[in-house]
Design a protein around this ligand. Structure first.
Ligand SMILES: C[S@@+](CC[C@H](N)C(=O)[O-])C[C@H]1O[C@@H](n2cnc3c(N)ncnc32)[C@H](O)[C@@H]1O
Length: 165
């Protein structure tokens, strides 16, 4: 049996929020993963400048909570965001709360083609070095690390930014 320990709240996640102030940038369509604190998250996303916000969620328990707390004007979809990465003009915030080892190469390939994104992974069970090497096989973009309950890394790509050489 596979047990996944989903975090129940990000209310104390101050490091996460301050990194998001740098990695979430834009003003057009935004597609992301809201998690258990959808109101705080949407507040952060709106502060970054986005107005047209769509949230995906595939965990029924989290989805039910999100529906109850959904801020006005936000679209919520029950489903897997990785089946919906084709919007060329949207900014994607892919905060999977998982290690890169859980994301298949074919999905990483699709992510590499997105123009604007932020992509967050937990640094376990593999290290920062291995996580970076693995992502850089698909796209060589910069990253920021921070500490939540454990180490995290956020890769980001903003339209006008050059890749790391
Ligand atoms: C880390 S939380 C998001 C936290 C949020 N970004 C924040 O800053 O507060 C990730 C959420 O996305 C959901 N999730 C993970 N992978 C997903 C996928 N492929 N499609 C849809 N939802 C997913 C998880 O169930 C969880 O609720």
């Amino acid at each position: 049996m596979l047990l996944i320990n989903l975090k129940e709240t990000y209310k104390q996640a101050t490091n996460k929020r301050s990194v998001q102030r740098r990695t979430l940038q834009g003003s057009g369509r935004f597609i992301g993963l809201g998690g258990p604190d959808i109101r705080d998250y949407v507040k952060q996303v709106r502060k970054a400048g986005f107005k047209d916000i769509t949230i995906y969620e595939k965990d029924v328990k989290v989805y039910t909570k999100q529906r109850r707390e959904l801020p006005r004007g936000v679209k919520l979809i029950y489903g897997d965001i990785t089946d919906n990465l084709q919007d060329k003009d949207a900014f994607y915030d892919l905060d999977f709360c998982a290690s890169i080892v859980k994301i298949e190469d074919k999905i990483l390939n699709k992510i590499a083609k997105i123009k604007n994104f932020s992509l967050t992974f937990a640094l376990r069970p593999i290290s920062l070095y291995d996580t970076v090497q693995r992502l850089w096989r698909h796209c060589k973009v910069p990253y920021i690390t921070y500490k939540d309950t454990h180490g995290m890394v956020v890769f980001y790509k903003h339209k006008k930014q050059n890749n790391v050489s």
